[in-house]
Design a protein around this ligand. Structure first.
Ligand SMILES: [Zn+2]
Length: 453
């Protein structure tokens, strides 16, 4: 009897275990089956590590990529090269952040059917393919990046990383220096020594913290000595006021201002400007810059003030700072995916999100006066087709015998083109000489694109 009773108990226990197991499977099927379906090993959904996720268009409806089944690219080679770092490559050396991020919105999953029709899926980006091409063309294969965005709406109009290659011809990439770092999206993932474009941050601090700034007269004798170190200027500027120091990018004035402001104030304004923050949008995550003033001697603090030392900025983040100056102290957060359709349904539509206020309206207006003054006095309004522009160039020394990096950042105040921009050319030498012609070419493409809208 005992044996039978034991067996009955064992059989009941087994039945309970089996029943609970079945319940778990059914529950997990309802909860997790979409994740199982979307697993990278499912060849119905993924080809070569990439989601089969329909067609990707630019803001004008130009097809940039057909990812319905594997990846088919447009015939235009320049368009392919200029959107490579946005869309990723076939081999997976460059990730396609957007498709991974929006995999839910890009796939319709039916609990019982499980399949989707990829031909009815589309993603529309905020970039303009013509401007992408103009930027890549203007950069002419040099390393660096170029970004433009609408600081009122947040739409990224152009986001190009150079050097680049044709995703249909990946074998063109070799070990030569020309292709060094070619898989990196430099606009998003790089940090650079800012050089003189950092004088915008030093100016923020000086305008607010030095009461008699506007009535002061500075003197530049071509160099100055701080704590036994000689800080060289790009020229002999003689007597000059603050605005002229901005437009001439006088190192002597900005080195002295940084020392006068002190390490805490410099650090505070760099943080207020968002230099150390990462931006997150559509699966992209920017690298964080920063400055380090803790315990540094005055000569090093002077170099911080002119944008050298260990200062680092991320191009995408710095572009939004320029947007904030143009927009009265607060700018929209950037984004690049505007909408996603899956079958008959619109599964995603972007909305404008404003960033934090990073400066008062008064400070933004005063900076605008100085940066627009730099365009009028030094860079030439003709470089910007007569648009109202505020800008700052930078030539960032890299040491080690390497040619300086060239930078240019700024904004357009125009009803139809409220754009902030940044361009970096690695080893480009003088920021003005190298970057102004590039930006001129790209702004002309923006004007053409605007006329066509
Ligand atoms: Zn000077």
């Amino acid at each position: 009897m005992n044996k039978i009773a034991n067996r009955a108990w064992a059989a009941t226990l087994l039945a309970i275990v089996l029943f609970l197991g079945l319940c778990t499977i059914v529950l997990r099927y309802f909860r997790d089956s979409k994740d199982w379906y979307l697993h990278q090993s499912n060849s119905d959904v993924y080809s070569g590590g990439h989601l089969n996720s329909g067609k990707v268009y630019d803001r004008k409806g130009t097809l940039l990529l057909n990812a319905e089944n594997g990846r088919t690219y447009p015939d235009d080679a320049l368009l392919r090269r200029s959107t490579l770092h946005l869309l990723g490559d076939v081999q997976g050396n460059i990730p396609d952040h957007m498709m991974e991020y929006y995999s839910d919105e890009l796939t319709s999953y039916d609990l019982f059917g499980g399949t989707q029709d990829a031909s009815n899926v589309s993603m529309t980006l905020t970039v303009n393919g013509q401007i992408q091409k103009a930027a890549t063309d203007a950069m002419a294969g040099r390393k660096g990046c170029l970004g433009i965005y609408n600081y009122k709406t947040g739409e990224v109009i152009c986001m190009v990383s150079g050097n680049t290659y044709d995703p249909l011809n990946p074998s063109e990439v070799d070990d030569s220096d020309a292709y060094a770092g070619v898989y990196v999206n430099r606009f998003i993932s790089s940090v650079y020594t800012p050089g003189s474009i950092f004088k915008v941050v030093t100016s923020m601090a000086a305008i607010e913290q030095i009461e008699d700034l506007d009535s002061r007269t500075f003197f530049c004798g071509g160099s100055c000595v701080i704590n036994n170190e000689t800080i060289n200027c790009n020229s002999y500027h003689g007597k000059l006021n603050f605005d002229r120091a901005v437009s001439k990018s006088c190192n002597v004035v900005f080195a002295q201002l940084a020392v006068e402001l002190g390490p805490e104030i410099m650090q505070k304004y760099a943080e207020q400007a968002g230099i150390g923050e990462r931006m997150l949008f559509d699966g992209f995550k920017t690298a964080a810059g920063g400055i380090d003033t803790e315990g540094v001697p005055e000569n090093e603090l002077a170099w911080v003030g002119v944008g050298q030392s260990t200062n680092r900025i991320n191009p995408c983040q710095y572009m939004t700072l320029m947007g904030a100056i143009a927009n009265g102290g607060v700018a929209a957060k950037p984004y690049v995916v505007s909408k996603i359709r899956c079958g008959q349904e619109e599964t995603y539509r972007a909305a404008t999100t404003m960033g934090d206020r990073i400066m008062t309206e008064e400070l933004a207006a005063r900076l605008d006066q100085a940066l627009h003054g730099a365009v009028v006095e030094s860079y030439g309004e003709w470089n910007f087709s007569g648009l109202y522009v505020g800008a700052k160039t930078g030539t960032a020394q890299r040491g080690g015998g390497l040619a300086a990096n060239s930078l240019l950042t700024g904004y357009i105040k125009d009803e139809a083109m409220p754009y902030a921009f940044i361009v970096v050319i690695e080893g480009g030498g003088s920021g003005g000489r190298t970057c102004l012609p590039i930006m001129r070419q790209v702004i002309n493409a923006c004007l053409v694109a605007k006329d066509m809208e």
